[in-house]
Design a protein around this ligand. Structure first.
Ligand code: ADP
Ligand code: MG
Length: 693
């Protein structure tokens, strides 16, 4: 069952009444009015309900725990995974005259002790804590000595192993929650698909939480998805962007090389530049600055682009390749039209994209066999004590990259122990790692499947995205602008009339559905073309034409098989389709598919190793010196944190750092392999080392 949001469960209660809440909002925060949905969420929290709040970044989630905290009185506990976010929120609240304290690793012991004392004697309104604090024995029990009036968990997707920034410390939080009850618990996040939502609620045992999932619809975006063969995409994007009204624009390219080449092509026609992790920090800052002030009209970026950038008048966002997940895609198209004026987003894809992603997936999630090889080797020598990583790798004769990945996975899934200096042994209590590893890889695969299905889909694009994020209440309304709702206004598509064979297929489909049935599209195909004399792709294209013409309704559906969701589509006649007289002329137009992946083309486009954003092999002498210093630093950190050195940063990541020499966090974050958690823990150190070099 998909989660549902419940729009009007909390009518204004006698206390606190609307007036006093608005007063509190104005008095404490200086805001003249609530934003969409905020008031209702606040009411639910004030009346003591647990809740899950999913709204896009910038929607104003913080207020949804801060205002209730003040209204309820007492102290609110706020768990926040990023020190920077925590400091920012705490500073804002302090500036508004509220009493706030923080406990995190960046503060000295005395400050933390004072914060605990203030908390216990009740003089705080907000206490912010970092999740890793909960590992400290007795800390949770200490918090439990004085019951908080509310518990807020910010960036709650970190709790879920499916969330992109999974933090094991966060997961432990669920165990301690009972100590803090009866306070209501609020879990807040911008990125949680229904699976992640379910996991968050399960981990925190929030069985009766009210779910608010709102605000994903963007009314001013016209979304287009179009099949274009890879070699034609740059040219197609150039054609689209020639019209000055479609600029400023952001073009997302899949690799640094693509970004450089595309930007170079564009630059002959309008001011354009590339932006990616292969540029040094100064260059990147310059590009960002020039884009913001209008000197550059188009930026061609890899996924790294957009950390914190907020340019309001971006008219067009183009993807020249299929993104790896719908979350990433949504974030990226979301950079268009922040000024609320009409804007357009275009996703170019073809079958070849899918294979590129498969390739990356296989690289990032090595086959279970590779993990087994390491595991077995360790099991064989189990009496002999830990073995050095290099020695083990040499003995197994495994490819360095696969070995490092496989070992990392074994470590993450608790199958092996690794000391700080990378000595490895079997973890005695290891069981279940195969299952958790497999399910994580399956999840990634499913995300790919979902973007693939979205791209191939025949439903309103915006409604599909809204539904993906779990806002079922809002997912029925069609946007009216996308290439499905309004193909005649689409700019990146071309349409043609039907061939005789296609027209025949269309009539066959209509006739078959006239019985009132709604079969899966696969069954319909088998029924009409048992000998496959029309290809499945061509059949689907005809179905899409019928859907676009409003005669057939195609619905995404899924069932569970062996505990895994299997997605499929069902087709049924619409009212218009039912009313169509048999034999009446059909005025259909078919989406031109400029790509038919012939076997030959497939071979040519098969991803090769150079797709990988491999770090440059050669470092300058200065770079090599930096790499050495980074390695020494890594060892000290590993020892201090009690985790394997390769887990602080892998060798290839260290090399990229040594090559790009990032001196600020934004630049460091742009490097592949540096996620939010690592940025947080090690960012300052690494930037300092790079700056000193
Ligand atoms: P989120 O956590 O959802 O990404 P924030 O809570 O950080 O977003 O809020 C984004 C911005 O919106 C902040 O600058 C905040 O002060 C502002 N904001 C929130 N609610 C309101 C409101 N009702 N009126 C005006 N500004 C608001
Ligand atoms: Mg936030």
């Amino acid at each position: 069952m998909p989660p549902s949001s419940r729009p009007s469960l909390f009518p204004p209660a006698p206390s606190p009444d609307t007036g006093s809440l608005s007063d509190l909002l104005a008095r404490t925060f200086g805001f003249p009015a609530f934003r969409a949905n905020q008031e209702e969420v606040c009411r639910a929290a004030i009346s003591g309900h647990d809740l899950l709040l999913v709204m896009p970044t910038g929607a104003g989630k913080s207020l949804c725990y801060q205002l209730p905290a003040i209204a309820r009185g007492g102290t609110a506990l706020v768990i926040s995974p990023l020190i920077a976010l925590m400091d920012d929120q705490a500073a804002k609240l302090s500036a508004r005259g509220l009493s706030v304290a923080r406990i995190h690793s960046g503060l000295d012991r005395q400050t933390s002790r004072q914060a605990c004392m203030d908390y216990l004697n009740g003089s705080l309104q907000f206490l912010f804590i970092a999740p890793e604090r909960l590992r400290v024995p007795g800390f949770a029990a200490m918090l439990g000595k004085r019951k908080p009036s509310l518990v807020a968990i910010d960036e709650a997707h970190c709790i879920s192993q499916w969330g992109h920034d999974f933090r094991p410390d966060y997961r432990m939080f669920g165990q301690h929650l009972h100590l803090l009850r009866p306070a209501p618990v609020l879990a807040l996040t911008a990125t949680a698909t229904p699976v992640v939502q379910k996991d968050i609620l399960a981990q925190l045992a929030l069985n009766d939480a009210v779910r608010f999932i709102h605000g994903f619809r963007r009314d001013n975006l016209a979304i287009e998805v179009v099949e274009v063969p890879k070699p034609l995409r740059t040219e197609r994007a150039l054609d689209l962007l020639r019209d000055p009204a479609r600029r400023p624009a952001i073009v997302y390219a899949p690799t640094r090389k693509d970004a450089d080449e595309t930007a170079a092509t564009f630059a002959a026609h309008f001011p354009a530049a590339a932006y990616h992790a292969g540029l040094d920090a100064d260059q990147r800052e310059r590009v960002q600055g020039r884009f913001l002030d209008g000197a550059l009209e188009v930026v061609v970026a890899t996924i790294a682009f957009g950390m914190g950038i907020d340019k309001a008048d971006v008219r067009t966002v183009i993807h020249t390749a299929l993104p790896a997940s719908l979350e990433a895609y949504y974030q990226e198209i979301g950079r268009a039209g922040r000024d609320s004026l009409p804007s357009r987003t275009i996703l170019m894809h073809s079958y070849a994209d899918r294979r590129t992603h498969e390739f990356f997936l296989e690289r990032d999630y090595p086959a279970l066999d590779e993990l087994e090889r390491i595991h077995k080797a360790l099991a064989r020598r189990s009496g002999d004590g830990p073995i050095a990583r290099d020695e083990l790798q040499a003995a197994l004769r495994m490819d360095a990259e696969i070995f490092e990945k496989a070992l990392e996975k074994l470590y993450i899934h608790a199958a092996v122990n690794v000391t700080y200096d990378d000595r490895i042994s079997l973890s005695p209590e290891a069981n279940g790692w195969r299952r958790t590893y497999r399910s994580q890889a399956d999840y990634r695969r499913q995300q790919l499947d979902l973007v693939g299905r979205y791209a191939q889909g025949h439903a309103c694009r915006m409604a599909s995205l809204v539904a993906h994020f779990g806002d079922t209440a809002d997912s029925r309304r069609h946007c009216g602008h996308c290439d499905v709702c309004s193909p005649e206004r689409a700019i990146a598509q071309s349409f043609r009339g039907l061939t005789t064979q296609e027209e025949h297929a269309a009539r066959g489909i209509l006739k078959s559905l006239r019985s009132g049935s709604s079969p899966s599209t696969g069954r319909l195909y088998k029924e009409l073309y048992p000998r496959e004399d029309l290809s499945r792709n061509d059949f689907d294209a005809v179905l899409a034409a019928l859907a676009t013409a409003g005669l057939v309704f195609i619905e995404e559906a899924s069932f569970e098989k062996d505990g895994k969701p299997v997605n499929y589509r069902k087709a049924a006649l619409t009212r218009e389709g039912e009313e169509l007289v048999e034999g009446a002329p059909l005025d259909l137009s078919l989406r031109e598919r400029s790509t038919r992946d012939t076997p030959k083309q497939r071979k040519v486009e098969k991803p090769s190793r150079n797709i990988q954003e491999k770090p440059p092999i050669t470092l300058s002498p200065q770079g090599a010196a930096l790499e050495q210093r980074l390695k020494e630093w890594r060892l000290t950190i590993a020892k201090k944190d009690g985790k394997p050195a390769f887990f602080v940063f892998g060798d290839s990541v260290l090399r990229s750092i040594a090559y790009t020499r990032p001196t600020n966090l934004t630049a460091l974050a742009a490097i592949h392999g540096v996620g939010a958690a690592k940025l947080e823990r090690y960012g300052a150190d690494v930037c300092r080392l790079c700056a000193e070099n």
